[in-house]
Design a protein around this ligand. Structure first.
Ligand code: G6P
Length: 465
């Protein structure tokens, strides 16, 4: 139990810190590089906020602790919770269902029961941490039941919920055996935020058709006279911080080194993704492989660098994906690579921010081709790093970022031929044209960074109506 309670409480599946080994062999915590914590850290510091989340390890009982002006409240997940709630219901039911069933979602009653139990644990921790009339901001698909559970425990607090991933069309959502419970869970919030306007309308349509509620504009009217607002708030990144990193002489030197290491080709194409089947990695690599087959691209003048960050490795679909990608990369390199010059430089690893910035600086074309993505921050990171208005962004229409980056080279990643043509077009567009496109995207991004996002959400949450 906490001794003091907070006016501002964030509830997310993960704590915003990563464990680091100290030279003495102990462990300490370092703030995660993600945009969410960057945006919320100042708000947390101003309001002595608390952040409720899981450390990432099994069966770990940690006392609440303070770091960088944030009060962190760890929630314990047992090995069984991880298997059923995290790997199961969150990542093998909700994740594929909400991403257009690219992989078939699995529905298991014991996974659902665990999801309910773990959501209750998070809701109870939030109820304990929140001061009277506090503001509580719940995040993402792992915790959709928390708003209603928390409201029951603490009717005095104001509750916001933000879904970082897509919210599916009503026909797909209807597959969910526990669809009503999930809608009820979300309706516990005063404000439900989505990445795209279409997601907010999917949610409002469900409120009307499945719950018989009246909606008007972004308002959903509940029988107890409460109003829930459903609106889009496209998330962003800390543009200033990343651009500053990109401009550093060390970063630029490292970018040149990377170019040298891959043989100084005329074109470096770059993909950076969590190794996830939603990201369209397979489609993009196939497209590049076919361009090599057809001799529209040659290993002498083009290299593809694909960074695939390990993710959810115990979930079956992710294992299968890894094997598929590695088989494909191996085949293409076997056919087209030469000693010291692979066609695709494939790296199954995660990199520190400075190495990422150097990669973004080194790349002539960023290839971001998810089959479905809530937003996609890699697209935004690439644009943030191109402070000299250089570089081309190939971007899937199915990423939330496509709403904002209309000047990108937009592609349908299911259309391999279309994608091949667009990649070639991006490689050969002249610098003036590229500059015009990048400038426009950078202008938009500069005005819409992650602080603007957090402020807009919190302002809407504060507003009574
Ligand atoms: C997506 C989700 C986040 C999640 C992240 C990493 O961005 O929206 O909620 O934390 O992926 O996935 P992981 O399963 O490792 O937390």
């Amino acid at each position: 139990m906490q001794t003091s309670r907070s006016d501002f409480v964030v509830v997310a599946n993960r704590l915003p810190v990563d464990r680091v080994e100290t030279p003495e062999g102990g462990t300490s915590w370092r703030r995660s590089p993600g945009g969410l914590v960057t945006a919320l850290a100042p708000v947390m510091q101003r309001h002595q906020g608390a952040w409720i989340g899981w450390s990432g390890a099994a069966d770990e009982k940690l006392d609440p602790f303070d770091t960088e002006g944030m009060h962190l409240v760890p929630v314990t997940l047992t090995a069984e919770d991880i298997e059923l709630y995290y790997e199961g219901f969150s990542n093998a039911t909700l994740w594929p269902l909400y991403h257009d069933v690219i992989a078939p979602p699995e529905f298991h009653r014991e996974w659902w029961e665990s999801y309910v139990a773990v959501n209750r644990r998070f809701a109870e921790a939030a109820a304990d941490a929140a001061a009277d009339n506090a503001l509580v901001w719940v995040h993402d698909y792992q915790l959709q039941l928390v708003p209603a559970m928390l409201r029951r425990l603490r009717p005095d607090v104001r509750i916001g919920f933000f879904l970082h991933i897509p919210f599916p069309p009503t026909e797909l959502f209807a597959q969910m055996p526990w669809r009503r419970q999930i809608l009820d869970g979300l309706m516990g919030a005063d404000l439900v935020g989505f990445q795209r306007p279409g997601a907010a309308s999917n949610f409002a349509r469900l409120a009307r058709n499945r719950m018989g509620l009246r909606t008007r504009g972004d308002r959903i009217h509940l029988p107890d006279d409460r109003i829930v607002r459903a609106k889009s708030f496209p998330i962003s990144i800390d543009v200033g911080e990343l651009e500053e990193l990109a401009r550093k002489p060390e970063t630029l030197a490292r970018a040149q080194e990377i170019r040298d290491e891959v043989g100084n080709p005329e074109h470096i194409l770059l993909g950076i993704d969590r190794l996830d089947y939603t990201k369209g990695i397979r489609q993009r690599i196939r497209a590049f492989g076919e361009l090599l087959d057809e001799k529209r691209v040659s290993v002498d003048d083009a290299v593809f660098v694909q960074v695939a960050t390990p993710s959810r490795e115990r979930v079956e679909q992710y294992r299968v994906l890894r094997d598929d990608i590695e088989l494909l990369v191996g085949r293409i390199n076997g056919e087209h690579g030469r000693i010291g010059t692979p066609a695709i430089n494939y790296l199954h690893t995660s990199f520190a921010r400075n190495e990422m910035a150097a990669l973004y600086r080194a790349a002539d074309v960023a290839v971001v081709t998810p089959l479905r993505d809530g937003m996609n921050l890699v697209a935004k990171e690439y644009v943030a790093c191109r402070y000299d208005d250089t570089g081309a962004l190939v971007l899937s229409e199915f990423a939330g970022a496509a709403d904002e980056f209309r000047q990108a080279f937009l592609v349908n990643p299911h259309d391999i031929n279309g994608m091949k043509d667009t990649i070639v077009e991006a490689m050969h567009t002249d610098d003036r044209q590229l500059g015009r496109r990048m400038k426009a995207m950078r202008k938009h991004l500069a005005a819409h960074d992650v602080n603007v996002w957090a402020a807009a959400f919190l302002k809407a949450l504060h507003a009574e109506e």
